[in-house]
Design a protein around this ligand. Sequence first.
Ligand SMILES: C[S@@+](CC[C@H](N)C(=O)[O-])C[C@H]1O[C@@H](n2cnc3c(N)ncnc32)[C@H](O)[C@@H]1O
Length: 195
Amino acid sequence: MWDERYAGTEYVYGTQPNDFLAEMVDRIPAGPVLCLADGEGRNGVFVATRGHAVTSVDASSVGLAKARALAAERGVALETVQADLASFDLGEGRWAGIVSIFCHLPPAIRGPLYAQVARSLMPGGVLVLEAYGPGQLGRGTGGPPVVEMMPDAATLEAEVPGLAWEHRYEGERSVVEGWGHTGDAWVVQLIGRRR
Ligand SMILES: C[S@@+](CC[C@H](N)C(=O)[O-])C[C@H]1O[C@@H](n2cnc3c(N)ncnc32)[C@H](O)[C@@H]1O
């Protein structure tokens, strides 16, 4: 499904970074960054332009090919890994930052994945997360048509134990990020840091 969605030359979510990531990127300390479900790479490439070594992981080889093309156009290095997040090993003490932007997964995949986040971060490392929340259901401005894939902030915080939460917001904002995400939306934003 994602390979088909990304098949055209246009970038479905644009080539500019997610608004929340652009606002929060300076909270990530120096070091390598993992971008989960990075799709066509707009966020991974942006983080790379800020001096981080970035690994973008996504299931879509078509999306990741466009991510590499965007990185080349911007003159930055980007490592891409095609993998199913259902069985992805985040490693231990490896990342200065983990970026999860509109990474909508079923609970059976999301739970085991997010349970690895705290130990895979370096001490002081940061999770930057924005996703549609349950209030997005039925708006038709982006996100999956399944509420279980759009948890609220409390659910996400429980799924990512071991972080100190520095920012939490859930509510409305206007999202204009490519034709795939456009319109008034209901989002969850979290910043969590490993102590
Ligand atoms: C809504 S797009 C967001 C892309 C990117 N984060 C952005 O904001 O531009 C969701 C992404 O999740 C990826 N994805 C969905 N399920 C996945 C899985 N099980 N493993 C890896 N990637 C997955 C899709 O390939 C797609 O690129």
